[in-house]
Write a protein that binds this ligand. Structure first.
Ligand code: IPM
Ligand code: MG
Length: 354
């Protein structure tokens, strides 16, 4: 079988450290499960921009898009104007490659890592399907009369029927493939009336999936439910901005930013896999960041590349490590980054022997 071609953008802050551990696990998995891969490493990020003035030139974006998958560490550094490098790298990869699904599983592996009282793993097993190409994110901000007393700042929450339909359909497909078959639409259509488009399209498409139980929550209530009763949720579909916010909350419920992974997808195209955490610039280079989120993103990548045995083993290794009592905290600094990588590798080897 031909080698999987993987583009790697380690990026800023803790990105290179967590990616390094992810790649150790990828290498071990390839040896254990006998698949081949080739890496192309890209230097893009704030440091590269400071040195060269390039964020992500068209030619490189084109080259990256020729791979089977992209692994991204993190982007964001206070030396650059706020949001500029994020927009130029993460934004362009998501939007220009039309990766319209941002898939964010939220799964608790062991009660000890959940900050919520009396919450057990059975209560927290959901997937957020975040729309990834529309909303306030993608439109440039405009500032009229900047710094004047009558300044007006604007950035539209704009949704298209095509964008809304394809994400809602994807979420229904996901819901129908899961045992619970429940899909909750999360929006704020009572205040952002433009999101009535989501309400209508959700209703229309639900007719095609009679086996899926549907539900609805406004984003504020969804945050409340995620803390009060996370078992309310199975699959959630939501807009870009609300999906961003809800999944940081979800990450905490599943144990913290150190374990939450995501996949940016467009079925039939390449996938982009990344931890959902940011670049944590203050911790950069200290070997304190938790690499489990990135390793879990590697698991999602292997699944997308069709290496399902290896994917199951990587996810299983993370689960058994978290359940084993070998680590008691997932916070940054609790254990060195490379030591955590080594623990996952040990569990991975054990999973394979079974
Ligand atoms: C995420 C991140 C990004 C986002 C930032 C870095 C632009 O928070 O992937 O959740 O808001 O989408
Ligand atoms: Mg985010």
């Amino acid at each position: 079988m031909s080698a999987h071609r993987i583009a790697v953008i380690a990026g800023d802050g803790i990105g290179p450290e967590v990616v390094r551990e992810g790649l150790r696990v990828l290498k071990a998995a390839s040896e254990q499960f006998g698949f081949r891969y080739e890496l192309t490493e890209y230097p893009h990020g704030t440091e590269h921009w400071l040195k060269t003035g390039d964020i992500m030139p068209d030619a490189e974006l084109e080259e990256v898009s020729g791979h089977d998958a992209v692994l991204l560490g993190a982007i964001g550094d206070p030396r650059a104007p706020v949001g500029e490098i994020e927009r130029g790298i993460i934004g362009r990869l998501r939007w220009d490659l039309d990766l319209f699904v941002n898939l964010r599983p939220i799964k608790l592996h062991d009660s000890r890592f959940c900050p919520l009282k009396d919450t057990v793993p059975e209560d927290v097993d959901m997937v957020v399907v975040r729309e990834n190409t529309e909303d306030a994110y993608v439109h440039p901000a405009s500032f009229e009369n900047q710094n004047g007393p009558d300044e007006v700042a604007e950035q539209p929450m704009r949704y298209t029927r095509l964008g809304t339909e394809r994400i809602i359909r994807y979420a229904f497909e996901m819901a129908t493939s899961r045992p619970r078959k429940k899909l909750t639409l999360v929006d704020k259509a009572n205040a952002v009336r433009a999101q009535d488009l989501y309400t209508r399209v959700f209703e229309e498409i639900s007719g095609e999936y009679p086996d899926v139980e549907t539900d609805h929550a406004y984003i504020d209530a969804a945050c409340m439910w995620l803390v009060k009763n996370p078992s309310f949720f199975d699959v959630v579909v939501t807009t870009n901005l609300f999906g961003d916010i809800l999944t940081d909350l979800g990450a905490m419920v599943q144990g913290g930013m150190g374990v939450a992974a995501s996949a940016n997808l467009h079925p039939g195209k390449l996938g982009l896999f990344e931890p959902i955490h940011g670049s944590f610039p203050k911790a950069s280079g200290q070997n304190t960041a938790n690499p489990i989120a990135t390793i879990s993103a590697i698991g999602m990548m292997l699944s997308y590349l069709g290496e399902s045995e290896a994917a199951t083993a990587v996810e299983g290794a993370i689960a058994s490590l978290l359940q084993s009592g070998r680590i008691t905290s997932l916070s940054a600094g609790a254990l060195p980054t490379d030591a955590l990588g080594t623990l996952v590798l040990e569990e991975l080897a054990a999973v394979t022997v079974k």
